[in-house]
Every structure is written in structure tokens, then in C-alpha cells.
Write a protein that binds this ligand. Sequence first.
Ligand SMILES: Cc1cc2nc3c(=O)[nH]c(=O)nc-3n(C[C@H](O)[C@H](O)[C@H](O)COP(=O)(O)OP(=O)(O)OC[C@H]3O[C@@H](n4cnc5c(N)ncnc54)[C@H](O)[C@@H]3O)c2cc1C
Ligand SMILES: *[C@@H]1O[C@H](CO)[C@@H](O)[C@H](O)[C@H]1NC(C)=O
Ligand SMILES: *[C@@H]1O[C@H](CO)[C@@H](O)[C@H](O)[C@H]1NC(C)=O
Ligand SMILES: *[C@@H]1O[C@H](CO)[C@@H](O)[C@H](O)[C@H]1NC(C)=O
Ligand SMILES: *[C@@H]1O[C@H](CO)[C@@H](O)[C@H](O)[C@H]1NC(C)=O
Ligand SMILES: CC(=O)N[C@H]1CO[C@H](CO)[C@@H](O)[C@@H]1O
Length: 800
Amino acid sequence: MARRCATSRWFTDIYPVFLCLWLYVPCPAETGLYTASDQILLLSRENVDSVLVNSTAAMVVEFYASWCGHCVAFSPFYKKLARDTKEWKPAVNIAAIDCAPEENREVCRDFRITGYPTIKFFHAYSEAGSLGFTSFLFPANIRDVPDLRHKTIDSLEGNKDPWPPACPPLEPISQAEVDVFFETNSALHLALIFENANSYIGREVTLDLLQFENIAVRRVLDSETSLVTKLGVTDFPSCYLYYPGGNFTRLRVNNEARMFYTYALQGLRGVVRSGKATVVLTEIQSNSTKEPWRQFNNSHVYMADLESALHYSLRVELAAHDIIRGDALNALKKYISVLAKYFPGRPVVVNLLKTLKAWLQDQTENKISYKAFEDVLDNRVQVPHTALPEGVRWVGCQGSQPHFRRYPCGVWTLFHVLSVQANSTGGSDPVEVLSAMRSYIHHFFGCRACAEHFENMAQEGLEQVGTLPSAVLWLWFRHNQVNNRISGDLSEDPFFPKIQWPSPETCPACHTVNEKREHKWSKDEVLSFLLSHYSSSNILTDYLEDENKILEKQNEKHRLQNLAYQKHLERKAREAPNAVTPSPPTPTQEEEEEEEGPQDETEAYGEEEVEDEEEGGEGAYRPSKVPGMKFRERRYDHRFPSIIGMKFREKADDIVDLDSFVNQNFKDKALQLAALSRVKQRTLQTKVELDHKPVFGLGMELDTALGMIGLQPVDTDLEPSQRGQRLQKRELSGQYFGGEVKLSHKGRWMSALSIGFSNLDISLCIFLYFLSSMCLLAMYVFFKNRLRRRRAKPKTVNFT
Ligand SMILES: Cc1cc2nc3c(=O)[nH]c(=O)nc-3n(C[C@H](O)[C@H](O)[C@H](O)COP(=O)(O)OP(=O)(O)OC[C@H]3O[C@@H](n4cnc5c(N)ncnc54)[C@H](O)[C@@H]3O)c2cc1C
Ligand SMILES: *[C@@H]1O[C@H](CO)[C@@H](O)[C@H](O)[C@H]1NC(C)=O
Ligand SMILES: *[C@@H]1O[C@H](CO)[C@@H](O)[C@H](O)[C@H]1NC(C)=O
Ligand SMILES: *[C@@H]1O[C@H](CO)[C@@H](O)[C@H](O)[C@H]1NC(C)=O
Ligand SMILES: *[C@@H]1O[C@H](CO)[C@@H](O)[C@H](O)[C@H]1NC(C)=O
Ligand SMILES: CC(=O)N[C@H]1CO[C@H](CO)[C@@H](O)[C@@H]1O
């Protein structure tokens, strides 16, 4: 299940994603020199037979021991070989087995392995008991991936029988075959690679394209003179496209080398990965009825994608975590602070990110609730000109189907932009952005398998990043590794095939060849390309929602929320007529709230006045105020459903939260300045506090019962008056437990009595008690009278 999620449609729906989160079990075989992220088939005693015997692909298998130094030194080359020949897998696959673990020893002995590393070649449809061919190389001396690749081709050709069915013919084509080619083939294109006999390019490109439809690639030797003269070929190697009518064109590439041919041929019109339908832009446009297709230019980055990624990350992905604590909280803090520092966004969005950052920095507890975070995110305190637009509008990250691209594409784009911003604004820590990304992905990224792969990559080489430009390059390089690994997967949008990016068309200077005609990235050129592609000046603001509209929408949202809140208050007032009725706010009171919002304990009960909208709009940007302000509605939001549902778990969270809230806010200096105005309100409160002490005891019991007591902040550092307010918090938990008892103006005795009973219950009880006493009294009187009469009766008998 988890694996499936990882590769295919994991981003279609957020719920399966989070299901993955729990179901994902790391692969147990990831203990040797290779991991599941390396595109190497990991063999073990359990799977070795099922993989090797009767396989339709030939197999290259490395037998190694994880303790052997040679093997360790060789492993990076073997990994590179696996990446380099990724497209060849249906014909020849790369596998490895660690002979060090006890359980694998027997397997390695059975294959007569005497030294490590040993590489064996198994042809397709190998029988059980086949020992493979050992002669093909001595890997310990080989530090050259092309050499490994060539040896692989040699082995494949040396074991023609049986030929892997997925493997196209590798031998040179003759003039006669070319003449009849289109009579027997339905391919749209025939690519002919002219080369000399000892060149491997033709065969490599043939294998590189074996998973693609509508194209056939064949090598032609320079000795095939009739074809050479017919096409007028003078360069070896060179590539020509040959068409049914007999006409042909030369394939234009910057370098006559394998990768350049491969890039160009895979990008030809009509060439698609097998099993993937050709996608035409007009079809996408006409199909997308729900969301109109947004035209875009892929040499640009779109702010709409970045904002959409932020929305999804902060409002959807994080929302799966009710409580964020410990390392996850640190990861969130790092992420937000990197965003606040480097996000090259509109002022509204940057303001919001800064507000979030300031708020998070104020959180001294080791945990926050998502609800609290969300209130800051939604700018409930209404810091002016601050908002994150809601919803997604993908532009450069649109997919041809709703389950393609989008959020993960946005995440990559976002982090590339941030790493480039860090370089151009002269950040001090070269890995600041990367480690923020790593920990965000690790803790929050919905695709858990992706997160694991990314962590595997980060473990290799992140510590070598020493400069800001090298951080930019590191991310580019790892992104390409991911592209390589998942190209051809179900999650690949056929309209946006995964390539090693940027393509030679996009950045010709980025690609060169070395002296062996091997493709080589020109790192300097790649860097300057990245710095310009992801620079803020290359970000287009097309399709963005207007700032005023965003702010309007936000205001409207607040208005509706406040309205709902007010309704809630009214209903509560109706339901609980005994409760303290909130007095209408006077201007002075509102001012006090502004000053000491977080201290205002009555709010905790959801009895507080709604904050006036206009008032909030005027407030200056004061991050330190944010925590308290937003908290007031949050308490209502969170508490209300938990009372209805009587879910103890949620309540426990809430209790802890409120405690941390109080603890943290009492330390707020700004609030201490408001001590004076507090006194006024305290006159009413003090009595209430005293009255509630018995309930505090109940709160403690509840805490213990739920195992939460250890999580309670120690309140020794609180002043007595503050402690009183703490008690109110505890009492709140008591109220939860009691099922919404309104204790506010009952005496201490009465409140202790009333635990678990409603007012009606109590009155009824007293009434019944009274009734039964009356009953007893009546009976007593009745029997007494009767007795008296009996005693009198004999007398009457005597009389009669
Ligand atoms: C950290 C991370 C790990 C992931 N791991 C997996 C996984 O294990 N399995 C899986 O199926 N999916 C994984 N994904 C999702 C996958 O990488 C793609 O994001 C997704 O398939 C959408 O692909 P896309 O075509 O939109 O291009 P993306 O790969 O998302 O790239 C977005 C854009 O960035 C540009 N770009 C492409 N390559 C580079 C590069 N090397 N450097 C700079 N810019 C580049 C291109 O313009 C491209 O359109 C992961 C995503 C992330 C963020
Ligand atoms: C091998 O596979 C072929 C077809 O894939 C099948 O006919 C044959 O029985 C298999 N042989 C063994 C030994 O499993
Ligand atoms: C091949 O030649 C025919 C006519 O001879 C022409 O119609 C066709 O467009 C040509 N195809 C290509 C790909 O040049
Ligand atoms: C468009 O719709 C048609 C018919 O519903 C479907 O066959 C085709 O695959 C769709 N194309 C895309 C790109 O979604
Ligand atoms: C895309 O943008 C680049 C760079 O600004 C520009 O040169 C190119 O013409 C644009 N392409 C289209 C199709 O608009
Ligand atoms: C501020 C800073 O370090 N900028 C660097 C970004 O990368 C380029 C290319 O390497 C450097 O020249 C800049 O100095």
C-alpha cells in the first residue's frame, strides 16, 4: 500500500497520503551499502531465486560484503551505473546482495563467491542453480561508469541466447534492412546512428529508448558504405532520422554523444513512453472543464505556484498534525523562518510569514496546537496588509490530469527559489535552506516514501555543502536524481516527462562532453542558469489574485467567524441562564483587551466579547501581541465541539494547551504593563476564583487519569495572583468533565455537590427527599393514630 502510494497517485487525495504515513514500513533490506533509493534491486535469501530464476531481463548482480573496503569504495560507481542504465531495466537490470549478514552467507556460498566484490551476469530466463558468468569484469579496479556500462553491453551480446524479449536488436543494420524497415514496422521514426565498430553509442542510445514507442534506433557501421554514401554521412558518430519516403534529416545536437541523442530522440514529436498515451495540449484545454488551463512559459517561475505551495503546505499538510511538538516544532520554526527571510513574495504574504515567524519565536513551550498556528495564519488579529491567499492556482505546476504535478512540483520550485534567494541575498549559513527543507520534508511532507528517499539522499553529501552556490547545486543535483528514479513511474505526467533538467534545448551551455565523449554537466553554467531561472526577477505574477481582493476575503471570513461566534455566545446564554451574562463591551474595555488580551481569563470560557473588527484593523504590527489575541477565538473553536462530543482525548490536548498559553503569556512583559487595568476586572474575578477551588481538585484528577500531569507546566514561577488564574484553567477542565456545569455564581459547597448533576437533578433530588420525609411523617401519624384506636377498641368491645 505504502509503496503504491509513493509512486503513483499519492497526491490525488490527502487522506490516503496520511494513511501512508502510518502504514509505511521501511524496507528491511536497507542495511547494506545500498538503499531502495538507489535503483538497485536488493537481493536477500528470500527473494534471490524469484528474482534471478526465469527472469525476462538479464541481470547484473554484485555480491559484496558491507565490511569490505573495496566494496565500499566501489559502491558509488555501482550506484551511478544503476542510475545511468535506468532506462535499460526491462532488458538488463542491476542487483546487489550483501554477503555479510548471516542469513545471506549460504546464498553467496551457493554462488561460489570467494572474494568481494564479485559481479556476475545472468542471462534472461536463467535456470535455478545457474551460477552466472563471472568473467566479465574485476570491479575493484574499475572506477569508471562508462567502462561498466560497456562491459554490461558486452555481456548482453555475448549471451545472445535467450535474448531478453524487451531488448531491441543491438547489431548494426544494413542497407537492405533499412529499405524494408517501414514495411514491417509501425514506428514513426527510425534513428540511424552512424559510428565505427568499437563505439558503444549506438547500442547505448538504442537501450536508452527501449521503453519509448514510435521510435526505433539502430546503429550503422561506417563500413556500410552504400548507406553512408546515400545519406552523405561524414561524421562518426552522427545521427540521422530516416523516413518512409526515403527522405532523411540529420539530428541537430550540440555534441555528438549519447546523452544528446537520447535527449533529442525522447523529445521527438509522437515519441512517448510505452503505455503512456500521447497528450495533446488542445485536448487538455478542452478536457479541463472544472479549471481552465492557464497558458504559461516554462522559462519562467510563477508566483501563483509558490503561493499555492505555501497554502497547501501550511493549511493542508500541517493541518494533519493537531499538536506539533519537539523536533517537528523545531522543523516548523526553521521552515517558517527561512520563508520569512527569503520568500520573494508580495508584501502581504511576506508580512504574514513574518507574523508567523514572530509568533513561533514567542512560543516558549515545546509544543503548539495547529489551531493556534492556524489563527495566526489566518491573521485573526488582523495585522493590516497581511494575508496568505487561500486555495491553489497552479500555473507552471499544472498537470494534464488533476492527480499529476501540483503540490510536489510547487515544493521543489519553492525550495529552488529559496536556495537561490539565500545566495543572492548573501545568507550566512550555506545549509540553512537545505536543512530547513530536509526537516520539513522529514516531519511533514505527506508522501512518506518520498520523505524517506529524500532523507537517504540528504544523508549522502549534505554535510559537504560549504557555500551558498554549492547549496543551490546540491538541490539541483538531488532533484535530478529523483527525476531519474521516478521517470516512467505512474506518477509521471506524460505531458511533462521527467528529464535530467535543464534540457540541452533550455540551457545549451549547461551540457558538454569530456574527453571520452561522455556527457558532462558544466557546473558553472548550470549554476548561473539556476541563479537566473529561480531569481526573483524571473518570477511572473500572472494569474495572481488581487491583493485587495485577498484582504477583502480575509475580512469577510473574519466577519463570518465572528458572527458565528456571537451566535454561539447567544445560544450559550440561552442554554445556561445561570451563567454570567457577558456585559456589552464599552470602549474602555475593548482597549484593555487590546492591551492585555491573553490575560483576560473569562475568554477561556467562550464568554468573552467578540473582538471588534474595525478595532483590530487599526492595530499596528505587533507580533508579541499575536499569541494572546488569536487565542481567544481559538479557545472557543476548539472547546465547543469537545464539549458536545465529550471526547476526553481532545479535551486533554486543550487543557495542556491552555496551560502552556497561560504560562507563556504571564511572562509577557507587555502584559505586565497592563497590570493596572487588570485590577479593575479582577474585582469581579477574585470571587469567582475562590469559589472554584474544589473544582480545581477535580481538574487535577482528570489530568492524572489522562496521564497528562507530567506535561503540565510547573507554576512555581507564577505570582500568587497568576496562580489564581491558573486555577481557573484547571477548573475549566473540571467543567469539561462535569459536562458543562455552570458554576460561576454558585457557592463552593454547592459546586462540589453539583458535580455530575444538572440543576434540575438537584432540585428534583431535594424535592424527592422532601416528599419522602413528608411520606414518612404521614405514615408515622397514620400508624400512631391507628395504634391509639386499637388500644381504644378493646375498651369499646368491652363496652359492647
Ligand atoms: C523532496 C521530494 C521528494 C520526492 N520524492 C518522490 C518519490 O520518491 N517518488 C515519487 O513518485 N515522487 C516524488 N516526489 C514528487 C516528484 O519529485 C515530482 O515533484 C512530481 O512527480 C511532479 O513532477 P513534475 O513533473 O511536476 O516536476 P518536478 O520534479 O516536481 O519539478 C518541478 C519543476 O522544477 C524544474 N526542475 C526539474 N528538475 C529540476 C532540477 N533538477 N533542478 C531544478 N529545477 C528542476 C522543472 O521546471 C519542473 O517543472 C518528490 C517530491 C519532493 C519535493
Ligand atoms: C519460465 O517462464 C516461462 C514464461 O514466462 C514459463 O513458460 C516457464 O514455465 C517458466 N519456467 C520456470 C521454470 O518457471
Ligand atoms: C518526405 O518526402 C515526402 C515527399 O517525397 C514529403 O511529402 C514528406 O513531407 C517528407 N518527410 C519529411 C519528414 O521530410
Ligand atoms: C480527454 O477526454 C477524452 C474523452 O473523455 C479522453 O479519452 C482523453 O484521454 C482525455 N485527455 C486528457 C489529456 O485528459
Ligand atoms: C518565454 O519566455 C522567454 C524569456 O522571457 C522568452 O524569450 C520566450 O519568447 C517566451 N516564450 C513564449 C512562448 O512566450
Ligand atoms: C551573496 C552571494 O554569495 N552571492 C553569490 C551567489 O552565487 C554567485 C555565483 O557563484 C556568486 O558570484 C555570488 O557571490
